[in-house]
Every structure is written in C-alpha cells, then in structure tokens.
Unconditional design. Structure first.
Ligand code: GCV
Length: 838
C-alpha cells in the first residue's frame, strides 16, 4: 500500500461483510476499528509510516491512535517515528513543527487553534500526507477524522476543518461516594467511597472517546457539588483525573459550591464582594493550577434547588461569577455559571407564577455585567429537559454575554437508557430555532457559537453521566447521543441523518441492511417516545416527585416545582400568553412571540406549553386534542412494539452479545410503552369525561385482571397513582410460600401470545411460573436492573414490567395458572394477564 500521488482513495460501498465471530461489549463505542474487507482495504493506498513532529502527550496520542486504527482496519503495521524515515509518510504536527522537518512545505493557511488541515506534498522522491493542527489538539482531531472516514469506507481527501466554538464540554453529575445523580449506567468511573478511584483506566478510555468527537473539556463532579471539592487533599486526588485526560486534550474542570470560602476556607462569609473572599478564590485558583496546569475552570450552580448563592447577601449572579472568574483569568480558566436558577417553592395558586420565566427574569437585566471569561450555561429549554420544550428565551436576551447551550445526553426525562431515544433530532430543533432577535436571523446555534452577537467564548455542554457499565451508557443505542453531541458541538450544521449514519457504521459496521434498520429506528425514536409519553408540549408526564421515569401524571400539579399544566375537567395547558397568562411568551423577540401568542400560529407540538385550551379544542390536523392524545399514544406504543421484530431482521449481522442485549432492551421498551399508553389515555379520559372515539381506552377485551382471578395467597392492593396499573389495582403475595392465580379460559381455540404484567422491584427477585393445565410453559425471575438506581419499593409506572411468551396453543376450557414466589421484600406482584391471538 504505497501512497499514490494523490489522496483519491476511493473505496465506497463494499458489500462484503466481515462475519461477527467475537462478542462485543460495546466498550470501544464507535472506536472499534473493525477490519475492513480486503477489497475495501486495498483501495486505501496510504503511506505506511507515521512521523510525529510534536513531543507533547497529545501529539503522541495523535500519532499512536492513527497507527493503531489504521493497523486494525487495514491490517498493515504503521510504525511511528519522530524523524523522516526516507519513505512515504504521514507527517503530523503544527505548521512550525512540520516546516522544521520539511522546510520546502508551505502551510496552506494557518489552521484554527483546534482545527486541522490535511494535504499531500511531494519532496525528494517521497509522498507525504501532511496533517497540520493549529495545536496538538487539532492534530488529534485530524487523526480521528481520517480514521472515521476509513472505518466508514469513505474517501479521505485533502481539506481542512475546525470546531464551531471553543467550549465543547461534558458535565458529569458524579458524587464522591461513587453514585451518579441521574446516571443510568452504573457507578462513577471517577470516584468511589469518598475518593478518586485508584484505577482510572476507564477515565483515560473516556478521554479517548471524547477526543474522537472533538470534546475538549470535562467537568467531573456533580453540579450539586460536594462541599469538600476544593479541599487541598481532594485537589491532589482530582489532579490524577486531569492526568488521565491530558493525553486526549480533555481539560478537567470542577463544579464548585459558592460557599467554599466559608466551608473550606473557614472565612466568616462567602459574600462575593468581600475582599477576603476574592483573595481566597485567587489563592485557591493558584493552588489548583499548580497541581493541574491545564485546568479548565469552574461550573457553578447557585441559588437553585437548595444550593446557596449570592442572593444570601443580596448580590447578583454577575457579582458571584466575576469574583471567581477573576481568580481563574490569569491562568486561562473560565466560569460556566448556570442559568438554571429558579424558585422551587412557587405558589400554585398564583396564576401568574411561572417557572419557565425564571432564566430570563434572573439574568436578562445582568447582560453586559459578566466578565469576559464567564459563560452562562443555559439548558436548551426553560423548564428541565422535558421530551418537548421551546428553546429558552434567554438565548436571545443576552447580547453582551457569552453563552453555552446545555444539552442532556443522560436520558433523565427521556427513558433513562431503558428506552431508545436518539436525542439529536430534538437538539437540532433547539439549535435550528431562529430566535429572530433584532428582527434578523439568529438561530440558537449561531448565538451560542458567539456569531450572532460577536461574543468571544461560548459553545456546547452535554450532561453525559457515563458509568462503569462496560458499554458506558447501558443501552447500546444510547451511545449515539454522546457521539451526536460531540459531532454537533463541532459542527451544529450537520444533519441528523449524517450523524446517525456515521454512528451506525462505526458502531455496527457498513452492511447496508444494518445501516438501514438502525438509522431508521434511531431517527424516529424521539418522536415515538414523545407519542407515547407527553404530547403537545405538556411535559414528559412522568412522576416528577420520584425518579422521573414511569408515568405519574398529576405529580406535576399542586406543588412548588412549577412543572404545572393546570388541568381541570374543562381544559388543560399553561396559559403563558401575554394577553391572559403569565406573560412568558413576551420574553421572546417580537416575531417569535407573535407566533406563540396566537392559537392560529402556535405549533401544535408546543400548544399545551403555551396555551390553556379545552379538551375538545381542534388541532391543526382537524382532530380534537383529546382524540389526538388517544391516537398518538396508541400509535407510539405500536411503533415501539415494532422494535423487536425490526431488530430481529439483523440476527447474524451483529455480534450476538450486542444483538441480544439490544433485543432485550427493545422487548422491555415495547412492554413499558403500553404502561405509558394506558396511563396517559385513561387519565385523559377520566379527567375530560370524553371517551375515545375508537373505544380502545379502558376496554381491554384480551386482558384478565389479576384481582379477578381465583387467588390462593394473593391479595388485592391499590396502586398509586391509579393510572399506572390496569384497573388501579394489583395483587401481592405477602407470605413466604408461593401464591397462585388461576383462571379458566373461554377463548376460541388458537395460537396465542400470553403477556403477564407484573412489578419488578429492586428489593428482591421474585420467581414466576406460568402453567397451562398444570404444566409449566414459562418461568422467569423479576431481576431486571430497571431504574431507579436507588431502591424503589413502589408498585407503579416505573416498576411495571411485561413478560411475554409466544406461540402457545390454547383451547376453550384450558386452565391458566400463575404461580408467584416472593423474595425478600418483593411480593411477586401481578397486574394482569393478556392473551393475544397471533
Ligand atoms: C444535578 C434537574 C435534575 C437534577 C439536577 C438539576 C440540575 O432538576 O433532576 O438532578 O441536579 O436538574 O440541572 O441542576
């Protein structure tokens, strides 16, 4: 594979498939570097030597990663040296370093600081592929780009690229005890038992994954920050994490509590305007930079959800952010001050109270008062990562302040990595929203890039919360969100299709059938999830007082959290209009406000976020609101129900480990989507008093309620909230011996699938045995690792689970028995059995 005189390496669409002999855990994410089919590999006529002109750890990573990836995919060895070997070579470095070795090479144009350019060059009878980075990070990003193209069997061509903005960070909400707030993939890769872990291998692997998509910063501890974070001993420990990230160009940063001068420094105050407080922050910054020279900066959550803040002293967020920023500034550090400041004790009886207003109300007046190294980190919507929200009006209100958009990769309100929800389409809607600030085009992406209002810093923050699970995020499909976040942060103009297509090829290979099915499943998954959870901008309709997972509709109402939708038996939705409501809509620039204010122009997808309307209100498509809720939930659950069979068409085309893991996830999701469907539709039917025109809601002819079966040992209990169990009831076995439920079937003879709806708690592992005419036909254990990560002892929409056995021949008069054996504090609970003719 000698280099030709150009980079025209064409190897598109080879249909040869490399058989999947080895099970894969998913730990490599999208960096699998699977061997290319020989015919495809042969098309890449590349130099076989890599020259690393730079000496930094990042420059070395660039060269060794390129060698590792090309070797793995193309099968040849790619030795790395620091001098020219007298043969065709890749040459990696900054322009100055490259010119030192190749004096006759002229840099095409200086790459942007973290950008790169790739060019060919011939000298002294050899061909060189010159990868020049604006910095060593740029080189690394260029090396990963070459590898990504080869892995997808795409052409590698000369050209250049650079990231959209300087801030491309992940946040991890990890606690020092090793738990992760809103983490759904195991324990922390950073911490355990109050300390930094001894073994940080996973941290370095995480750094590699992050770098491969251009992420350059990671805040490693929870924004609800441990008060010991800035303790001298802890800083020493934390420096080890920074060391592990450093070779990948990922700068570590920390979430800090504003009370640190008082709590850690033992001052008598943390008032930001007190000179002693300013000195304390300066000294602390000096101490940190001694231990961590490339430290990124601080993330600050203050005056929100129980965190203290400048309001304690009557000071503003700008005063608080600036005192910290001034301490970091000499070292090149930044402050990400979160715009997520709101009062969670709002008065439900006040019809003008509105949590969505908080970001704008708290920050708008401070525009221009923040120092140049302060960035306001703003969640993409004004509430809190619901399945659908409008963009925060704060983006358009800050015109003299750096901004970063905060996106949530961890699926707190979107299925907690037990449901497949590819979030890039949702993020694209936010980023592409044209705010029309100053009556001109100002899409959110350009605002946070700093382009719209000429701000020097800004960008993208993704709350990732990867954990120790081998595949990082638990659901194999969820890694597309981490990948997609990085790709969008680099270039927000990429399309959803471009992103998912690359991820699928890198993750599962280039087989056209695999690519077609996986792309299709992922691309529509947000829409599907929205269909069976929270419609029309109402919010996710999950239990907001619990773990934010299963349905729990009225938990949003009548409390101080302000996630209200103000339903009564006449209508539903928050009136946020200027005319009659909370006035929130008036926080948008006039052109956008006009669209949202009018029922005629407000998009249906945001209807209940912006307006209060009756249940028989007619949507733009001609359906009444309530009928839309019924139809969309049946449609969504049916689409989720199709995931297992669509996935099964890939059997043999994906390694068995990831195939079966994903299949199990899809089967679970299909069952849980029905819990959602039934809970939301029944709740709407009860409150509105308007029946489903198609007669589906509340009528389940194939269902046998557990409480109506003949019980031995089982007793009926009420389930709370009522809508999360069929008929509002379940049965439990409160004795140590097994209990049974029996029924005599009167169904027409035929082949059936039998589904058992039960509740899987973390408090024990109950056993279930399904018997037909006394003979066991299925046996399973309630041992799923469902959210919550903490023990939830409730029978509810979070623990409700479906087990299905297919291809069972039933005759009229058969006897069906379910035997449940409780275990520890799990009483083998059952909701219903459903028989569906196949
Ligand atoms: C880390 C939501 C989440 C909290 C999170 C908070 C935040 O309220 O439920 O777990 O706290 O957002 O973003 O600060």
């Amino acid at each position: 594979m000698r280099a030709g005189n150009a980079l025209s390496l064409l190897a598109l669409s080879f249909l040869l498939i490399v058989p999947y002999a080895h099970p894969e855990t998913g730990e490599q994410g999208w960096l699998r570097y699977a061997a290319l089919p020989q015919q495809a590999a042969r098309q890449y006529r590349m130099p076989q030597h890599i020259v690393a002109t730079g000496q930094s750890a990042v420059a070395r990573s660039a060269a060794t990663e390129l060698a590792r990836g090309l070797h793995s995919m193309l099968g040849e060895n790619f030795p790395v040296s620091s001098t020219l070997p007298g043969e065709d070579s890749f040459v990696l470095g900054t322009p100055t370093e490259i010119q030192h070795l190749l004096p006759s090479w002229n840099a095409p144009s200086a790459p942007a600081p973290e950008g790169f350019s790739l060019a060919t060059f011939a000298a002294q009878g050899h061909h060189y592929w010159v990868l020049a980075g604006g910095t060593d990070r740029g080189e690394l990003y260029g090396a990963f780009r070459i590898l990504e193209l080869v892995a997808q069997q795409k052409q590698v061509s000369p050209g250049s690229d650079a990231p959209s903005s300087p801030i491309r960070w992940v946040n991890q909400w990890d606690n020092f005890d090793g738990s992760i707030e809103r983490g759904y993939a195991g324990r922390s890769i950073f911490f355990d038992g109050g300390h930094v872990r001894a073994d940080l291998t996973r941290v370095s692997e995480y750094g590699r994954l992050l770098a491969s998509v251009g992420i350059n910063g990671a805040t490693v501890n929870n924004v609800n920050s441990d008060l010991r974070t800035l303790d001298p001993q802890m800083i020493k420990e934390l420096a080890r994490i920074a060391d592990a990230f450093r070779p990948w160009g990922v700068r570590m940063s920390l979430s800090v509590d504003l009370s640190s001068p008082l709590v850690v420094g033992h001052l008598r105050t943390f008032d930001p305007v007190d000179p002693a407080v300013a000195t304390w922050w300066r000294n602390k910054a000096d101490e940190i930079y001694k231990a961590i020279p490339d430290f990124g900066g601080f993330v600050i959550k203050a005056d929100s959800e129980g965190r203290v803040g400048p309001s304690k002293y009557g000071r503003t967020p700008a005063q608080a952010a600036n005192v910290v920023a001034r301490a970091l500034r000499p070292h090149g550090g930044v402050v990400l001050y979160r715009g997520f400041v709101y009062n969670n004790h709002l008065d439900w009886n006040d019809l003008k109270a509105d949590r969505a207003r908080a970001g704008y109300d708290n920050f708008r007046a401070l525009d221009g008062e923040f120092d140049r190294n302060v960035i306001i980190q703003i969640k993409h919507g004004p509430i809190d990562f619901q399945v659908r929200e409008p963009v925060s009006p704060l983006f358009a209100a800050l015109r003299h302040t750096n901004q970063a958009i905060e996106l949530q990769i961890t699926q707190e309100y979107t299925g907690q990595q037990r449901h497949m929800v590819f979030l890039v389409p949702m993020w694209k809607v936010a980023l592409d929203t044209d705010m029309r600030a100053q009556n001109r085009s100002t899409p959110v992406s350009e605002i946070v890039e700093g382009k719209s209002f000429h701000q020097p810093l800004g960008g993208f923050v993704g709350v990732a919360n990867v954990g120790l699970d081998a595949n990082w995020l638990h659901h194999p499909m969820a890694m597309a969100n981490l990948y997609g976040f990085g790709r969008l942060a680099w270039n927000p103009e990429l399309t959803t299709r471009q992103i998912i297509d690359s991820w699928t090829r890198l993750t599962f290979g280039n087989d056209p059938k695999v690519v077609f099915i996986v792309n299709g499943l992922q691309e529509n998954s947000w829409r599907v999830y929205e269909l069976y959870t929270g419609p029309l901008g109402i919010g996710t309709l999950t239990n907001i007082l619990g773990i934010h997972y299963g349905p729990g509709i009225e938990s949003a109402e009548r409390n101080g959290w302000g996630q209200w939708f103000r339903a009564d038996n006449k209508g539903i939705g928050m009136d946020r209009t200027v005319a009659t409501g909370t006035g929130y809509i008036g926080q948008y620039p006039p052109e956008l406000a006009k669209i949202y204010e009018s029922l005629e122009t407000c998009p249906d997808s945001l209807l209940l976020f912006m307006h209060h309307v009756p249940y028989d209100y007619v949507l733009h498509d001609g359906k009444t609101l309530v009928q839309y809720v019924y139809d969309s939930h049946y449609e969504g659950a049916s689409l989720a129900g199709s995931y297992p069979s669509r996935w099964k068409t890939l059997h043999g085309l994906i390694d068995d480990q990831r195939y079966y893991e994903t299949l199990g996830m899809f089967e679970y999701q299909a069952g849980h989507a029905i819990v959602w469907r039934d809970a939301v539709t029944e709740w709407f039917q009860r409150i509105s008093g308007i029946p489903d025109k198609l007669g589906r809601v509340g009528h389940y002819p194939n269902r046998i309620e557990a409480e109506s079966m003949q019980a031995d040992g089982y007793t009926a209990v009420d389930v709370t909230p009522w809508e999360t169990a069929s008929g509002g009831k379940a049965v439990v076995c409160n004795r140590s011996a097994p209990c049974t439920l029996t029924t005599r079937l009167g169904r027409p003879d035929g082949i059936y699938s039998i589904s058992v709806r039960y509740f899987d708690l973390r408090t024990g592992v109950s056993q279930y045995d399904l018997q037909l005419n006394g003979k066991s036909i299925a046996h399973w254990a309630a041992n799923a690792i469902l959210p919550p990560a903490t023990v939830d002892p409730h029978l509810d929409g979070s623990t409700s689970t479906l087990f299905t056995v297919s291809d069972i021949r039933l005759k009229s008069g058969d006897t069906l028995t379910l035997r449940g054996t409780p275990n520890q504090a799990e009483p083998a609970p059952v909701d219903y059995i459903e028989l569906d003719k196949q």
